[in-house]
Design a protein around this ligand. Sequence first.
Ligand code: FAD
Length: 500
Amino acid sequence: MSGTKHVKNPDVILVGSGIMSANLGALLKRLQPDLKIQLYEVTHELAQEASNGWHNAGTGHAGICELSYTPFVGDDGSVDITKAIEIFQEFELSKQFWAHAVSTGMVDQPRDFINPVPHISFVHGQQQVDFLTSRYKGMSAHHFFRDMEFTTDPATIRSWAPLLIEGREDMPVAATKMVAGTDVNFGAISQKLIAWLGQQEGCGVATSHRVIDLEESSSGGWEVRIKDLQTNRVMTNSAKFVFVGAGGGSLPLLQKSKIAESKGFGGFPIGGQWLVCDKPEIVAKHQAKVYGQALDEAPTMAVPHLDTRIIDGKKSLLFGPFAAWTTKFLHEGGSWTDLPRSLKLDNLGTLIKVGLTNLPLVKYLVKQGTQSMASRMRLLRTYYPEANLDDWKLEDAGIRVQAIKKEDGEAGIVHFGTEVVTNADKSIAALLGASPGASVSVSIMLELIATCMPQLLDMPPSDTTIETLIPTYRENLLPAEAADRYFRLSEAANQLLGLL
Ligand SMILES: Cc1cc2nc3c(=O)[nH]c(=O)nc-3n(C[C@H](O)[C@H](O)[C@H](O)COP(=O)(O)OP(=O)(O)OC[C@H]3O[C@@H](n4cnc5c(N)ncnc54)[C@H](O)[C@@H]3O)c2cc1C
């Protein structure tokens, strides 16, 4: 979908049409129906960068299968499940809001953007089997993960995901499985939410429009300069609030805003690639997202997984991601000069320091990006021993620009998640970083609203208050006493999303 509708001097300008802007725009318009909102997107179609179906893995991250969310703690071999629980609860908020969008006709056909796909963790070797055993013990005790299954029996794993076992030499293996996992096409839900937004009174969506500059206005709010890429005409629009949801393009725009809070931030891009298989007889044999352990220096977001993907109604298999060295910040509209041009006096020292303290990572990225197809296949065969080179092709994934800030000098860059940067009067917010990402986008945008427009979350009861949109927004579903309410609401959302 593309568009050229313009609203002059709206209340809110959204930069970018990815999952973050899509959720924010839809949430804001529901919470305050008379709000005027204008969205600008540089590409011709909506959501073609990181949120595009093929540019990310489409895992509805809920902490079920990602082993990096549950590190070992203590000498007794127990694992810490705090992070997994947190992500699970945040993904529930996304599902509740999208279910509300379906139930009110904002979006149709949930099958276009969310599908049930079991989430499996799979390990081999005794040490990893011990880890998974301990992880299962910790997780299955919580009601969120009550339905998790565990096995060390190869025959059971074969019944869950035959490709993992066929042709595998005899070794200790273990797996957990939860049927309630999902595959999400974040690009499709972004497009649907933005299409809805664009049809609302007082709202406009303009594609092929690049935001080129932002200036704080003396009367409050922001003057935004936009270039129409079809006509090369440059125009100005103003708004009381601007959200820079430009993905990899956020850092350069944040720097242009010149707000004090932007100083010291830098960006470190990590590209990605997948192996993709479309061969029907192989695709039909696998119905799961299978995550394993991180390898060597691999950053946590590059832990490989063997995934069922459902994009545009078609099922495929995807394996990866393989990380790659790049200096571009955007896959579609990026340039090789993005990284050098982001270097400023206020972030140069931090970036050099971070680069020097992360040389193994830089070496890893270069090695990953330049490896042969044979070496990629070797890694795939640790998951799918009988994989055949002829059945797989290499495709580009999206680019993650990891945000780096001053204090990160020693800590390293790869564990740094998303960061919402706002100015003192809360008239601008920019989202930097990309992990854990799209799955928890609703939760991130709710935090942004709580910071910049808290009054919208405190409206008198109506059919557009936050509790109507997201019933458990203010609730803690963690304690055992909340289990019944969680199961009830989760089932209702899953039903609306066609997941049951
Ligand atoms: C390889 C990989 C795998 C991933 N896997 C998962 C996963 O399995 N699950 C998950 O939850 N998350 C995953 N993620 C993360 C997820 O994709 C991102 O967190 C999410 O898509 C970011 O959304 P966004 O809206 O911030 O950015 P984007 O989707 O990148 O959207 C930004 C938009 O802004 C536009 N733009 C940029 N500059 C300008 C400008 N100057 N003017 C106007 N428009 C502009 C861009 O064209 C783009 O459309 C993955 C990411 C990658 C790279």
